[in-house]
Design a protein around this ligand. Structure first.
Ligand code: ARG
Length: 544
C-alpha cells in the first residue's frame, strides 16, 4: 500500500518535475502537509511565488485524497487529507491480514550471516548485537515475503584447536563434563600453557596438523568442544528468543574441503598471485591483499569467507547476502566482496552488504568491561537487565536499546534506563500495546463492538490514522536500507500519537458510531504495534 503522503508526493513531483519536499504541517490549521515547491520554481522562473502556487493548485488533481488545496503565506501549498480518506486508510490497515505491510512481488533468497560466536569462548556483548540485529533482519525480510537463509558462521576452526586438544589430552580432561564457561577457562589455561612452555607449543602445532589431517582421536575431541559450545550458544538463543537453530549452522570448518579447490582455481585463472610465498588476491583500492593461502600452506579467515560466498551463490542460490558484524570488520568484508567479484564468485546482480554495528558501552560511556578488564559475557548482560525487570521486559529493553540507534553507532548499556516504561524504550512500546489490549478487552466485556473507522474529525484521531497508513512504507524503507532504528522511531511516534489520541478523544465513554470508530482505530493501532514489535523480535504481551 502506498501511503497517502507518498501518493501526494508522487503526483506533485510528476506535475512540477522536482522534489516537492513535502513536510508535515506545523499547525493543525495548516492541514496535514505543506510543500514549498512553488517558492523554488518561482525563483527559477522569475515569477511571483503565489502565482506559481495558484497555477499548481489549479492543475494538480488530488481531490480523491485532499480537501481543496490552499495557498498560504508567500506561496506555500497546504494539503489537508479528507477525513473519509483517513478513515478508509485506517480501516484498511485494520482489515489487511498483513496490516499494511507490502508483500514483495519479487521474492528473493536472502542469506543473512549473523551471530557467529566462536567455539570454546562465551558469547560476548558484540555477539549480543549481531544476534539481535540479524534476527530483526530475518523477521523483517521474511515478513515481506522473502526466503531468508540464516547462516551461523561460527568460529570452529583454526590453530587454537591444536592447543586446546593437546592440552585436553595431556590433562586427561573430560570435555563432555564441561559447560561453555568451563570450555572458555580451558581455552585460557591452554593459551597460558602454550605461551609458557615451548615444548607444549611444539606439540600443539603438531596437533594442528593431526586435526587438519583428520586424525580420529583429535577430531573427536574437537567435535566435543563444538558440542559443548553449541549447548551454550543454543541456551543463549533460547533466552534471547531468536530464530536461530542448529539447522542454520555453517561454521568455518564447513569450507575446509573447498579451500584447496578455491586456491587452485584462483591461481590458475591468475586472479590470485604468489607474493612472498603466500597466495593473495589484490583488490583495487586496498593497500594490502587478502590472503588465500598463507606461506605455511594454511588457510585463514579471508579464504574461508571467499569459499563461503562461492557456496552461498552456487549451492544456496542467494540473490542477496547480508553480513552482520562489528563495524571493525567492514574493511575485511569490502575486500572479500571485491575479491569475490573479481573471481566471478559473486555475480554483479547479487547484492552483498556488510552491516557494521558499534560497541556496547558501559554506563560510564567506556567500552563495557568486567571489573578485571575482561570482556562482558552475553549471559551476564541479560542477568544485569533482569535485576531491573522481569525477563520479558528486560529482553524488550535490551533489544530495543540495540536496534533504536543507528547501528554503526556505539550505545550505552544502561539497564536502569532501558527498562523504564516511559521514554524511548522497548517496555514503553510494550506498555502502549498492552494498553490497546486493555481498552479492547473492556469494550468487549461491556458488549461494545467495532467494525470500520468511519468518523475521524479530531486532529489527534487524524494524526494517528495518518501514521497508521505509513506503516508499510516505513517497513519497506527499513528492509531496503537495513535501518531498524527507523522502525523503532516510527513505533515510538505511533505510541505517542496513541496516547495523545486517548487523552483528547474519549473512547469507551463516547457513544454509538463514534465509539465504534474509535475502538476500530485502537484495534488498528494494536495490530501495527504488535506487528512492528514482532518484526523487531520483541514480544508484545497483552497485559503488563
Ligand atoms: N566469528 C566471527 C567473530 O566472532 C564473526 C564471523 C562473521 N561472519 C563471517 N562470515 N566472517 O568475530
Amino acid at each position: 500500500m502506498q501511503s497517502l503522503p507518498a501518493l501526494l508526493d508522487s503526483r506533485l513531483r510528476a506535475l512540477t518535475g522536482i522534489d516537492p519536499e513535502m513536510r508535515p504541517a506545523t499547525k493543525p490549521q495548516f492541514g496535514h502537509f505543506q510543500s514549498n515547491v512553488a517558492l523554488r520554481l518561482a525563483k527559477e522562473q522569475g515569477r511571483p511565488p503565489r502565482e506559481v502556487a495558484t497555477s499548481i493548485v489549479e492543475q494538480l488533481d488530488v481531490s480523491d485524497i485532499c480537501e481543496p488545496l490552499e495557498v498560504a503565506g508567500p506561496g506555500f501549498i497546504n494539503f489537508r487529507i479528507r477525513a473519509d480518506v483517513l478513515a478508509q486508510a485506517a480501516t484498511t490497515v485494520l482489515e489487511d491480514p498483513h496490516h499494511g505491510l507490502n508483500r514483495t512481488a519479487h521474492p528473493q533468497r536472502i542469506v543473512i550471516d549473523y551471530s557467529a560466536p566462536n567455539v570454546a569462548k562465551q558469547m560476548h556483548v558484540g555477539h549480543l548485537r549481531t544476534t539481535i540485529i540479524g534476527d530483526c533482519f530475518n523477521r523483517l525480510l521474511t515478513a515481506l515475503g522473502h526466503e531468508v537463509i540464516p547462516q551461523n558462521h561460527i568460529g570452529d576452526w583454526g590453530t587454537q584447536f591444536g592447543m586446546l586438544v593437546e592440552h585436553i589430552m595431556e590433562h586427561d580432561i573430560d570435555v563432555a563434563e564441561l559447560d561453555l564457561a568451563g570450555a572458555e577457562q580451558l581455552y585460557k589455561d591452554s593459551k597460558k600453557h602454550f605461551d609458557d612452555d615451548p615444548d607444549f607449543a611444539t606439540r600443539a602445532r603438531a596437533r594442528v596438523v593431526k586435526l587438519q589431517g583428520g586424525d580420529e582421536e583429535t577430531r573427536a575431541i574437537w567435535r566435543q568442544l563444538i558440542d559443548v559450545s553449541l549447548k551454550g550458544f543454543n541456551a543463549a538463543y533460547q533466552r534471547l528468543g531468536v530464530l536461530l537453530t542448529d539447522e542454520h549452522l555453517a561454521g568455518e570448518s564447513t569450507y575446509n574441503d573447498a579451500l584447496p579447490q578455491v586456491a587452485a582455481d584462483l591461481e590458475q585463472r591468475g586472479i590470485a598471485v604468489v607474493d612472498d610465498g603466500a597466495l593473495v588476491v589484490w583488490v583495487e583500492g586496498f593497500d594490502a591483499p587478502i590472503i588465500i593461502r598463507k606461506s605455511d600452506g594454511g588457510y585463514g579467515y579471508d579464504a574461508t569467507d571467499i569459499a563461503a560466498i562461492r557456496y552461498r551463490i552456487t549451492a544456496l542460490k542467494a540473490d542477496r547476502i547480508i553480513y552482520v558484524t562489528d563495524v571493525r570488520q567492514s574493511q575485511h568484508f569490502q575486500q572479500v566482496f571485491g575479491a569475490a567479484r573479481k573471481a566471478g564468485y559473486l555475480p554483479d546482480d547479487v547484492r552483498a552488504q556488510h552491516v557494521g554495528y558499534g560497541m556496547v558501552l558501559g554506563p560510564d560511556g567506556r567500552p563495557f568491561k568486567t571489573r578485571d578488564g575482561g570482556t562482558v559475557s552475553l549471559t551476564s548482560l541479560l542477568d544485569l537487565a533482569e535485576q531491573e525487570a522481569a525477563p520479558g521486559i528486560a529482553l524488550a529493553a535490551i533489544k530495543y536499546a540495540d536496534l533504536s540507534g543507528a547501528l554503526h553507532k556505539d550505545y550505552v548499556f544502561d539497564a536502569e534506563r532501558m527498562v523504564q516504561t516511559t521514554g524511548d524504550t522497548g517496555p514503553y512500546l510494550q506498555y502502549a500495546h498492552a494498553r490497546t489490549c486493555q481498552i479492547l478487552r473492556k469494550a468487549e466485556a461491556e458488549g461494545y463492538g467495532w467494525g470500520a473507522v468511519v468518523v475521524i474529525d479530531e486532529p489527534a484521531e487524524q494524526t494517528l490514522a495518518l501514521l497508521l497508513s505509513r506503516f508499510g512504507e516505513v517497513v519497506d524503507e527499513v528492509a531496503a536500507k537495513l535501518t531498524p532504528h527507523k522502525l523503532c522511531g516510527y513505533l515510538y511516534d505511533l505510541a505517542g500519537a496513541l496516547s495523545a489520541f486517548y487523552e483528547a478523544c474519549p473512547v469507551l465513554r463516547s457513544e454509538g458510531e463514534v465509539r465504534s470508530s474509535r475502538l476500530a482505530l485502537v484495534a488498528a493501532t494494536r495490530a501495527v504495534l504488535a506487528t512492528g514489535l514482532q518484526l523487531l523480535g520483541i514480544e508484545a504481551p497483552e497485559r503488563m
